[in-house]
Design a protein around this ligand. Sequence first.
Ligand SMILES: C[S@@+](CC[C@H](N)C(=O)[O-])C[C@H]1O[C@@H](n2cnc3c(N)ncnc32)[C@H](O)[C@@H]1O
Length: 262
Amino acid sequence: MAGDTQVVGDTQQGADTHFGFRTVPLEAKQRMVDEVFHSVARRYDLMNDLMSMGLHRVWKDLLVSRLRPPKSDRAFRLLDVAGGTGDVSFRTVEAGGPGTSAVVADINGGMLGVGRERAQGLGLADRVEFVEANAESLPFADKSFDAATVAFGIRNVPRMDKALAEMRRVLKPGGRCFVLEFSRVDVPGLDAIYDAYSFKLIPGMGKLVTGDAESYQYLVESIRKFPPPEAFADLMRGAGFRRVAWQPLTGGIVALHSGVRI
Ligand SMILES: C[S@@+](CC[C@H](N)C(=O)[O-])C[C@H]1O[C@@H](n2cnc3c(N)ncnc32)[C@H](O)[C@@H]1O
């Protein structure tokens, strides 16, 4: 597969990292990622449906079913890191009872703006809060959330190890962390189809829908640069999570990683 080396958790000052297939200084990556999501924010949700042929909904629903927000009025507070336009948070509060609420933390004001509009439209503005924040230094108190999620967001964060440690810090003991991210296709034949689809079709589709092929070129490249599930599990353990596990979904296109703060 194209571009199959990774940088796993190298966060030293002056170190290099990947922006898609390009090697860039660690300090430069966030600005480049921010440009991508500012550019696509308005069309982000539509593109998600088109690119994944609706599958992202199935993957997110599976994540919410693993979260199991209480149906009762028992308080359950979710932190959805790199939560973008709010998809996972909306699904969680809709699945939970009246005590379930969510905070969407994202570095990008454009994505959060779309999310706030969606929350109003869905009548969920009083249960889903949007906070502009960097995953690497979350502006929340220690032990203040029952669960934390990050869906298709962690690979965009330059220092993934810091973001994971921050998620652990804000979780209450016993709180669970779920990371939904693209992974390694492990079905012979599907890998070639998936590669062709990703590199030949998605950037063109992105150009048609958002006018921006480059952002989608980055997105497909960044998927290939994301560490394999074993290496990401090590990163979660290194951040202090226990009972770390992962479940491949749809032939390994995506994996649902999980861990617990003990
Ligand atoms: C592919 S989108 C995922 C959005 C949402 N979780 C979903 O599943 O639809 C990735 C998100 O990561 C956010 N992001 C990138 N770097 C970040 C950082 N350092 N801290 C917080 N959010 C970040 C982007 O702004 C973008 O909204």
